[in-house]
Ligand binder design. Structure first.
Ligand SMILES: *[C@@H]1O[C@H](CO)[C@@H](O)[C@H](O)[C@H]1NC(C)=O
Ligand SMILES: *[C@@H]1O[C@H](CO)[C@@H](O)[C@H](O)[C@H]1NC(C)=O
Ligand SMILES: [Zn+2]
Length: 596
């Protein structure tokens, strides 16, 4: 993914161990009381809630009994295993745990890592820029590595290197499942090659981990999904529901050539709302406060690069005005940094839902935090208190609010000439509760009075803020720097009538987790999540309401352990194998649901 941030709010003020222990005892007592009250209530609520029934249908009556009573803050579905294909699913789990399959999976992934499919910012289009040609090599590899996929699925290429596979289901009335991944990787900085423990495109396996650029982001998703399908094809499985695979090739450079074309072609062919659900790369699962949480991304922040350009009359540097274009621009930039976007925790924030899930399921959440979360549901005062605690963590603050970062600047051509022009670019990541227009208005309002004091004609995002006919000392122009602004993504439903895909995904995550570890019961909680970056899914909104950014991958040690986007990127092979189990389980589970 482009960039992301895993929420590990370990920086909240934790009570001392002694406090914590007594809190735990207290909690047990009150928990017991709540248990009695909610045992009846939960059953009642579940019986009334229509959207649970299709999952219960698949599972028999078990799902209702197994929902824990204090989980009303963040209801969980039961483990969801295939019913019709249960035998197949279990035997594939056995296959995936063999040494033979492990070696096969290592070979599959390693071969893909060997092809350096780097994408760069500002590349010329396909057919013009020769650097795209490396993707042809990857396609040759995929063709030989996955023979059944290439003989049984229909492959079409979009803008030469965009791959769209169609595994046609027998029931055309069912909306397809769409799995996404990207073929490209972040370039390896030539200056860092000698810092890699194993050469960056070696795909070296050290007995535990597989090393190399792309091993994790995102060839594990690309090869993981293809591996699951190749193996399913070997068993003779034929889906009822069509499975589509859409693999872009410039996600790391914003997806204009790859995902944009693929999504456009899919939309033309299938129409709006024609897909049951989409799963693309995203954050995985990790332990938070004593409980393992999976955090499928259900939204994405928006994006805006504001270009601030100042133009004034040039001239000889020996008779300067009080302020040059560069000096004036600097004042504007100071103004911007002095006025960050206001951050406010709202009950509509995705992060607020994540907090609810922590309160509902995290075994060792500090009790003051748990209380603040619980009370905040009804009390605005408690919500503000929760905000104060949560925003102590800078990453959390950045996740929730609209951010700004001055990332580029240029001006002047010569040391003895007054600069006629100077510009800077402010990068914004827009809160899911805000919009591109809000961010533009914020920048515009902020610079109005300064622009006036410098006597500049002001134009912002195509609008005249001052009268362009009036004489002035120069111009201030704000614009969308590269025309790449993006609204925050629509929020994928995670509760209510339209949340069945989320529930199927949740049950699938739980089943995968258990299958991989050969354990039973409810061992992983699923919570709505969000990362700070964008994925290729930005082009797919019209195809479905149900987009999930999720890699079923153990993130123990956090993101840093796998070195995504930097030196020594790697993946634990065990995690990669679990990912294959996830794709297999998702395909089989969605194949059996008739309600999505
Ligand atoms: C420039 O600065 C001088 C003082 O250094 C001040 O007297 C003058 O008014 C300024 N000129 C303008 C146009 O602001
Ligand atoms: C702004 O600059 C123009 C051009 O020098 C001048 O005619 C005008 O009076 C100035 N306006 C103000 C408010 O200083
Ligand atoms: Zn990625």
């Amino acid at each position: 993914m482009s960039s992301l941030s895993l929420k590990e709010p370990k920086t909240y003020s934790l009570p001392s161990t002694a406090d914590h222990a007594s809190d735990l005892t207290q909690r047990k007592t009150s928990k017991f009381r709540r248990l009695i009250v909610f045992a009846g209530l939960t059953y009642f609520v579940l019986a009334l809630t229509r959207h649970w029934s299709p999952v219960s249908e698949l599972l028999g009556s078990k799902s209702v009994q197994n929902v824990k009573p204090d989980q009303h803050l963040c209801p969980q579905v039961n483990v969801l295993v295939p019913v019709v294909n249960r035998g197949l699913w279990e035997s594939l789990g056995d296959v995936y745990r063999t040494e033979e399959f492990r070696l096969r999976a290592i070979g599959w992934l390693s071969g893909a890592v060997n092809v350096p499919t780097e994408s760069y910012d500002g590349m010329d289009p396909v057919g013009v820029d020769p650097r795209w040609e490396t993707f042809g090599k990857l396609h040759e590899y995929l063709d030989t590595a996955f023979p059944l996929v290439h003989s049984k699925l229909v492959l079409t290429k979009h803008n030469t290197y965009g791959l769209l596979y169609e595994w046609k289901g027998s029931d055309s009335s069912l909306k397809p499942l769409l799995l996404m991944a990207h073929q490209d990787v972040v370039p390896v900085d030539h200056n860092t090659v000698d810092q890699w423990t194993h050469p960056p495109y070696s795909g070296y396996y050290d007995g535990e981990r597989l090393w190399g650029r792309g091993s994790n982001d995102d060839k594990s998703g690309l090869i993981g999904s293809l591996s699951a399908i190749e193996t399913l094809l070997e068993t003779g499985f034929q889906p009822k529901r069509t499975v589509l695979l859409s693999y872009g090739f410039d996600e790391e450079a914003s997806g204009c050539e790859g995902a944009q074309t693929l999504a456009k072609d899919l939309l033309e062919k299938l129409g709006e709302n024609s897909i049951a659900l989409i799963v693309d790369e995203g954050v995985g699962f990790s332990e938070q406060y004593g409980t393992v949480f999976a955090l499928p991304g259900v939204a994405e922040k928006g994006y805006l690069d504001t270009r601030i350009e100042v133009a004034t009359t040039g001239g000889h540097s020996s008779v300067p005005p009080n302020h040059t274009s560069i000096g004036i621009l600097s004042k504007f930039l100071v103004e911007i940094e002095s006025h960050p976007h206001k951050a406010k925790l709202s009950r509509d924030d995705i992060f607020y839902s994540t907090l609810q899930c922590y309160a509902g399921h995290a075994k060792s959440l500090p009790s003051d935090l748990r209380k603040a979360i619980q009370h905040s549901v009804k009390s605005d005062k408690a919500l503000r208190k929760l905000q104060r605690i949560a925003f102590q963590d800078l990453e959390t603050l950045r996740l929730v609010s609209t951010t700004q970062a001055i990332d580029m600047i240029q001006g002047g051509v010569k040391s003895n000439a007054l600069p006629e022009q100077a510009w800077a670019i402010v990068n914004h990541r827009i809160s899911t509760l805000s919009s591109v227009e809000d961010a533009q208005a914020h920048d515009t309002e902020l610079l109005k009075s300064l622009a006036k004091s410098f006597n500049l004609t002001f134009t912002a995002f195509g609008q005249h803020i001052t009268d362009p006919a009036k004489p002035s000392k120069g111009r201030l122009t704000l614009s969308d720097a590269f025309g790449t602004s993006l609204q925050p993504a629509p929020k994928t439903p995670t509760s209510g009538d339209n949340a069945l895909p989320y529930e199927i995904l949740s049950g699938t995550i739980k089943a995968t987790y258990n299958n991989h570890r050969q354990i039973e019961g409810d061992n992983i909680a699923v919570s709505p999540g969000m990362s700070t970056g964008n994925t290729d899914t930005r082009y797919y909104w019209k195809l479905t309401d149900h987009i999930f950014r999720y890699n079923h991958k153990d993130m123990k040690g956090g993101l840093l352990a796998s070195n995504i986007h930097t030196v020594n990127e790697n993946i634990e092979v065990d995690a990669f194998l679990e990912g294959i189990t996830f794709f297999t389980t998702l395909i089989l589970n969605t194949d059996e649901s008739t309600s999505i």
